[in-house]
Write a protein that binds this ligand. Structure first.
Ligand SMILES: Cc1ncc(COP(=O)(O)O)c(C=O)c1O
Length: 403
């Protein structure tokens, strides 16, 4: 038994023994034999793409989130692009979004030739501040894109009310939030369009993949056409009807998700409830451990939500520490804990600085949070030992750097 107090243990970064022998990633997929068999079955079938698994996955997904329609895409980014198109964004328009996100949220506005306008986040959840978003709305605003940071739903009701007052579309970026609930409703059934990602670190994976859910049949139809070159019918419908004629009615892309991926998605959807339950269990264990550690601020949860815990981002209370985020990050990494940082605020990236003249300082809440954030490993396949390793490493490193 190790009886050395945490503050006296030699950090791995200083030559001591790491908490773990092998690197624990911050996120990863979990694939079982059913997933593999479902994919193999499609590989032996007639349809590798535009076949029956696509509609099957979309229908099951729509039912699961509680939406009338779900349209699949080759990635979350493609899904965001399609939603921006369906919302009617074009050159001269603006869309209000959060700087505390992956660049894809704002990039989809640029793809349409429109301008992303950032509004700062609230300090507790790091989600779009509805009041600041309201102050950024102009005659040119056509959409608002709240982001459910780390899996904690954005404050959707005031954002939807704002959108209603101005006749604008809410595209919720829920790439972190499949399975989250806001005021008793599942994310995916609330905004005008909700976008999901199926990247391997997410709650459900298809390798790459994405989905838009919506109750609006016009949006659903536009989304379907946009992902298929803007063509008004699909190959399988034409084959079934024995006809060749099709029409391209808008400028779309090939953003289709394959049947191989959709077969995997269907299997993964069947495990979503248990994956979410495991992530929530890990979050409870983390939070109870980290509330005891000076210098660590666990993520906050509002009383009207049930987060999906894509990420578990702690914030460092730098006043209580003799090191900055970079030093603590490197020390945890040396302990073989695969930490990460979400996110460099979008307006701080060189592309956005060069194109829009941002200099830093524009969105102080997001920028201050960024300096303090570290995402700890969070994925449903983590074992109890993995979870305890993360806690031990945080205790060890923070004790070393405590003032
Ligand atoms: C908030 C957010 N939006 C959009 C995306 C893009 O999703 P994808 O990687 O599936 O294109 C991601 C990806 O991680 C994300 O985190």
């Amino acid at each position: 038994m190790n009886v050395t107090p945490a503050s006296q243990e030699v950090l791995a970064i200083h030559g001591g023994l790491p908490v773990r022998k092998t690197l624990l990633p911050y996120g990863r997929q979990s694939i079982d034999e059913n997933d593999i068999q479902a994919v193999v079955k499609v590989l032996r079938s007639d349809w590798l793409t535009t076949g029956p698994k696509v509609g099957e996955f979309e229908e099951e997904f729509a039912a699961w989130v509680g939406a009338k329609h779900a349209v699949s895409f080759s990635s979350g980014t493609a899904a965001l692009h399609a939603a921006a198109f369906a919302a009617g964004l074009k050159a001269g328009d603006e869309a209000v979004t959060s700087p505390m996100t992956f660049a894809a949220t704002a990039n989809c506005v640029l793809y349409q030739g429109a301008t992303p306008v950032f509004a700062d986040v609230v300090a507790d959840t790091l989600n779009l501040d509805p009041e600041k978003a309201a102050s950024r709305v102009t005659q040119r605003t056509k959409a608002i894109l709240p982001v459910d940071y780390a899996g904690h739903p954005a404050d959707l009701d005031p954002i939807l009310q704002l959108a209603e007052r101005h006749g604008i579309v809410v595209i919720e970026d829920a790439c972190h939030a499949l399975g989250a609930e806001y005021r008793g409703r599942r994310v995916g059934s609330i905004a005008h369009m909700t976008v999901f990602s199926f990247h391997p670190v997410k709650h459900l994976t298809t390798g790459e993949g994405g989905m838009v859910s919506t109750d609006n049949p016009d949006f659903a139809e536009t989304l379907r056409r946009f992902r298929n070159h803007g063509i008004s019918s699909e190959a399988r419908q034409r084959q079934a009807a024995g006809q060749w004629h099709y029409e391209m009615v808008l400028l779309g892309f090939n953003y289709r998700l394959t049947d191989i991926a959709c077969a995997l998605g269907i299997q993964q959807l069947h495990k979503l409830e248990s994956n979410l339950a495991r992530r929530r269990q890990i979050a409870v264990r983390y939070t109870s451990a980290f509330t005891q550690i000076p210098g660590v601020i666990p993520p906050s949860i509002r009383s009207d939500v049930n987060p999906a815990w894509h990420l578990y981002p702690i914030r460092l209370d730098l006043a209580k520490l003799s090191a900055d985020r970079g030093q603590i990050f490197r020390a945890l990494r040396a302990e073989n804990i695969g930490v990460n940082v979400h996110y460099i605020p979008v307006h701080c990236h060189p592309y956005y600085r060069d194109r829009f003249g941002y200099q830093g300082g524009e969105y102080p809440v997001a920028e201050a949070a960024y300096e303090r954030l570290i995402s700890l490993p969070m994925f449903h396949a983590m074992s109890d030992e993995d979870v305890e390793d993360v806690i031990s490493a945080v205790v060890k490193v923070l004790a070393h750097f405590a003032k």
